[in-house]
Ligand binder design. Structure first.
Ligand code: ATP
Ligand code: MG
Length: 178
């Protein structure tokens, strides 16, 4: 039986799948919330700060938005211990920010990889989500979201790759990929 949620109740939005568009959808959601005067915290896992356009753009909205890049790069470029350490630190920061009451929307970009790589167990993530009864809304992104997370989210959109210009040899470029 489905439960009824009222407007204003905190929601969990999940953008997953192998297609392009998860992070950009999350940033679009942040922009929409900012336009409504809401306070936003954007936390990115896994990646290090490489000067992506969306991070620069979000920072134009400081202090209404807070941006935290908690990763140290892609996993295959780094020691697993370093990835795990950064992942745990990012997760602790995320819990603190979500629980602070200082934000209306918190985005956890690429968080699914923490579960995939067993840095945070699905059980721990779901147990934390179960404690949330007050704002903020959450946006979670990343490929291969676990079944339990899909079940727990209020909205799940799966990006399905139909065609990608990279397969036609077009390299990653500013404003499109980063
Ligand atoms: P974006 O940041 O553009 O919204 P994303 O968050 O959905 O993409 P990620 O899994 O975070 O995608 O991967 C980031 C990079 O990988 C992007 O530069 C994106 O263009 C590229 N990418 C995403 N999906 C695919 C795909 N199916 N094939 C090739 N490259 C992809
Ligand atoms: Mg992404």
């Amino acid at each position: 039986m489905s439960t009824t949620k009222a407007a204003g109740q905190p929601l969990i939005l999940l953008y997953t799948g192998d297609g392009k568009g998860k992070t950009t959808a999350a940033v679009g959601q942040a922009l929409r919330a900012l336009g409504q005067g809401m306070r936003v915290c954007f936390i990115q896992f896994v990646k290090s700060d490489t000067g992506s356009g969306e991070i620069k753009a979000l920072r134009c909205w400081e202090p209404q938005v807070e941006v935290h890049i908690t990763g140290c790069g892609f996993s295959w470029q780094n020691e697993p211990a370093a990835v795990a350490k950064h992942g745990r630190q990012g997760w602790e920061l995320a819990k603190q920010k979500i629980g602070s009451g200082a934000y209306d929307l918190v985005i956890l970009d690429e968080i699914t990889y923490l579960v995939t790589w067993a840095i945070v167990s699905e059980k721990e993530l779901l147990a934390f989500l179960d404690t949330l009864t007050a704002p903020p809304h959450l946006v979670l992104t990343g490929r291969a979201a676990s079944a339990g997370l899909v079940a727990r989210a209020d909205l799940v959109t799966e990006m399905r790759p139909v065609k990608h210009h990279i397969q036609a040899g077009v390299p990653a470029q500013p404003g499109i990929e980063f």
